[in-house]
Design a protein around this ligand. Structure first.
Ligand SMILES: *Cc1c(COP(=O)(O)O)cnc(C)c1O
Length: 368
């Protein structure tokens, strides 16, 4: 049995002729960076997510960095984020010249909360950078209320939650700016790197557009030091084909999650994921907790059986060598790093494979 943790190929197979047509048309168009293909995709993303502006960039990392700089984050500032995330969420704060501060997470959802964010704020805090980890976000109404009260900008890291809703709105449109990633393994995955910034603020959108293109206001006229962070037209053309399908793929992920939930319910020592009442969970990862120091044994057993489970994340960001000097105290995130295990999760995975995974997990946990 070989069941990978993620497999992008069935999405390609399902849309093969449309994708190949889009690629061929793009090759023939002669316009390969930004231009009308990228503008059309930006428009489609803005409509899909329900916001005024979408700005295509090179990657999710660049989307975060440019959003922070556009929001006015500068050297001397602090930005509060999660320690339980991919390293880039904090790295961009340092790249903007500011200092990351880490807010501990809620043990059930793995997300920061308005309370933990506030506990990490100081008078130097300029912005909050909540990460919608594994496919669900913190209560954004509470995060926005904190931001309003303290005069802070909110930049959402939506890299793992494209299309997830809270109430009537989609994540990435609730804060001041949202940063999305189209890395191939993400819920809307491209065929290479890509990213997108979303906002309802006209001025912030204009600033992001300037920054992604060398601070160039018009030809031969540079008003700022910016970046080379343009979205490739090939990625935009292919992602545009996939965009109408992402809600359906997220629904498939939820069905697999519901199957896992049922099949793993009541297994002693294992905790299935918790869905917060304030919004969708779109299961970028289906992540269980395995208590009592048995996680690594379970992982090894499953991997030996051909089941591609992974530990996201084995080291919290505040414990990375580069940030250890900040001496952040986040015991809940540290505990999570010892217990989490992400199971195979991908659209078109099918019920049979999911049952096989759940059965193997049951056996591995009972043996460990
Ligand atoms: C993937 C990811 C990023 C970075 O996106 P890239 O497109 O790989 O640069 C940032 N934050 C989180 C939470 C991610 O999962």
């Amino acid at each position: 049995m070989q069941i990978p943790i993620y497999n992008p190929k069935p999405q390609y197979e399902a849309l093969r002729s449309e994708l190949e047509q889009a690629a061929t048309d793009l090759l023939a168009s002669g316009a390969y960076v930004l231009g009308p293909t990228v503008e059309a995709f930006e428009q489609a993303v803005a409509e899909h997510l329900g916001c005024r502006h979408a700005i295509g960039v090179n990657s999710g990392t660049d989307a975060l960095l440019i959003a922070l700089v556009a929001a006015g984050v500068e050297p001397g500032d602090e930005v509060v984020t999660s320690p339980f995330t991919f390293y880039a969420s904090a790295e961009v704060i340092s790249l903007a010249g500011a200092t990351p501060r880490f807010a501990d997470i809620d043990p059930d959802t793995f997300n920061v909360t308005a309370e933990t964010l506030e506990a990490a704020c100081t008078e130097r805090t300029k912005a909050l950078l909540p990460v919608h980890i594994f496919g669900q976000g913190p209560d954004m109404a509470a995060v926005n209320e904190l931001a309003r009260r303290r005069g802070l900008q909110v930049i959402e890291d939506v890299a793992q939650a494209f299309g997830a809703r809270q109430g009537d709105a989609r994540l990435g449109t609730l804060g001041d700016l949202g940063a999305h990633s189209f890395y191939p393994t993400k819920n809307l995955g491209g065929f290479g790197d890509g990213g997108m910034i979303t906002t309802n603020n006209d001025q912030l959108a204009a600033q992001c557009r300037l920054l992604r293109l060398h601070g160039q206001e018009r030809r031969d006229h540079h008003t700022q030091v910016g970046y080379n962070s343009r979205l490739d037209a090939m990625q935009a053309a292919l992602l545009h084909v996939k965009l109408p399908h992402v809600d359906g793929w997220n629904a498939q992920r939820r069905e697999i999650a519901a199957l896992y939930d049922r099949a793993l319910a009541g297994l002693p020592g294992l905790t299935t994921p918790h869905t917060a009442p304030h919004g969708d969970h779109i299961y970028h990862q289906y992540t269980v907790r395995i208590a009592d120091g048995r996680r690594d044994a379970v992982r090894d057993t499953l991997q030996a059986a051909g089941i591609g489970c992974m530990v996201y994340y084995s080291v919290p960001v505040h414990r990375q060598p580069v940030y250890e000097h900040l001496q952040a105290h986040c015991p809940v995130a540290e505990q999570a790093c010892h217990e989490v295990l992400s199971l195979p999760m991908w659209p078109y995975m099918g019920e049979e494979r999911a049952h096989q995974v759940a059965e193997a997990v049951r056996q591995a946990v009972q043996q460990a």
